[in-house]
Design a protein around this ligand. Structure first.
Ligand code: DP6
Length: 322
């Protein structure tokens, strides 16, 4: 019975964002989304079901996690699927700055879904794994896959899951993350998107526009069109952040350092260096660029930020069992 399983999942950054649910319990989104999985940021999780445990226990980066309700709820789903009634010991290591908008919940729940389902004796394919990961966190659906992935919104528990669009990635594409703030964000994406859905007068326009952005980005991937991809991803990200500003109460994930990065990117573009930016539910900015421009972008950023805050990443791979 004691058969520990370890899985690794990489984080992903959405090029067309998921922002809003039509079913909060099952995590069914209002719009489909597209992402790139990154190789530099990942979570490794070991799960062991144990007869001697009376509740689930979890360690994250060697520290005991005290409030694990979302984890226990997730484990209950797997227990129901597999008819297991044991509890589990979960040991997780995050190679992602937690809760700083680098989507650690994506790699976290993808790795947990893979390790837990296998430890429970379930042999899930990628589609089933994606659906299971979705129950933990929406963005985790896409971290099952390497390269470009699309979460097809669907309408219910059975048909809302991600698929691979392209892996390995053909495009020369890198993401440079500037780590601005390691503090946990004040408004979680879960809470933020709920406020946007309920109060932003622009929410319907977002849904409509995102459907178009999704097609543009998908075409750009198939046509290897870096410019169309970068430009649309940047616009889509700022459209999402406009929802936060237009909500009641209004809130904002950008801080003054985020604006500083954006200004550097605009200065680079004025010098003819092509690069774009995207941001999630935190202040960090991710720069989308081709390999030939990494050096110049880095030296521009070094004017304002320390070297260790600048993390360059290439496309990463999907779920792996270790
Ligand atoms: C801005 O997946 O963290 O990163 O489903 O409530 O857990 P829950 O939300 P989460 O939201 C991610 C929001 C985003 C955009 C994206 O990754 O698509």
């Amino acid at each position: 019975d004691n058969n520990p399983i370890t899985a690794r999942a990489h984080t992903n950054i959405a090029l067309v964002k998921y922002w809003g649910k039509k079913d909060e319990k099952l995590i069914i989104p209002n719009n489909s989304s597209i992402s790139l999985t990154l190789d530099e940021f990942y979570t490794e999780t070991t799960v062991n079901f144990d007869d001697n445990l009376h509740q689930d226990i979890m360690y994250l980066d060697n520290k005991k996690v005290n409030s694990i309700k979302s984890i226990t709820n997730f484990m209950d789903i797997v227990r129901n699927l597999s008819n297991i009634n044991k509890f589990a010991k979960i040991i997780s290591y995050n190679h992602v700055p937690t809760s700083a908008g680098l989507a650690s919940s994506a790699s976290g729940f993808a790795a947990l879904a893979a390790a837990t389902s296998k430890a429970a004796g379930l042999n899930l394919n990628d589609k089933e794994l994606s659906k299971l990961a979705r129950r933990g966190s929406g963005s985790a659906t896409r971290s099952i896959y390497g390269g470009f992935a699309e979460w097809k919104k669907g309408t219910n528990d059975k048909n809302s899951y991600a698929v691979s669009i392209q892996n390995p990635v053909k495009m020369d594409i890198n993401m440079i993350a500037i780590i601005l703030d390691n503090q946990p964000k004040k408004i979680s994406s879960r809470k933020g998107m709920k406020i946007s859905v309920n109060t932003s007068p622009y929410y319907n326009a977002w849904e409509k526009q995102t459907t178009k952005d999704l097609e543009t980005v998908k075409d750009a991937i198939y046509n290897n069109d870096f410019t169309a991809l970068g430009k649309t991803a940047e616009l889509n990200s700022m459209r999402m952040h406009s929802l936060t500003l237009s909500s009641d109460p209004s809130y904002l994930y950008l801080n003054k350092d985020s604006l500083l990065v954006i200004n550097h990117i605009k200065a680079l573009r004025d010098k003819g260096i092509e690069c774009y930016y995207t941001m999630d539910a935190g202040p960090n900015v991710k720069i989308i660029c081709q390999s030939k421009n990494i050096k110049k972008i880095k030296s521009e950023l070094l004017q304002s930020f320390d070297e260790e805050k600048i993390k360059i990443s290439k496309p990463g791979e999907g779920i792996k069992y270790l």
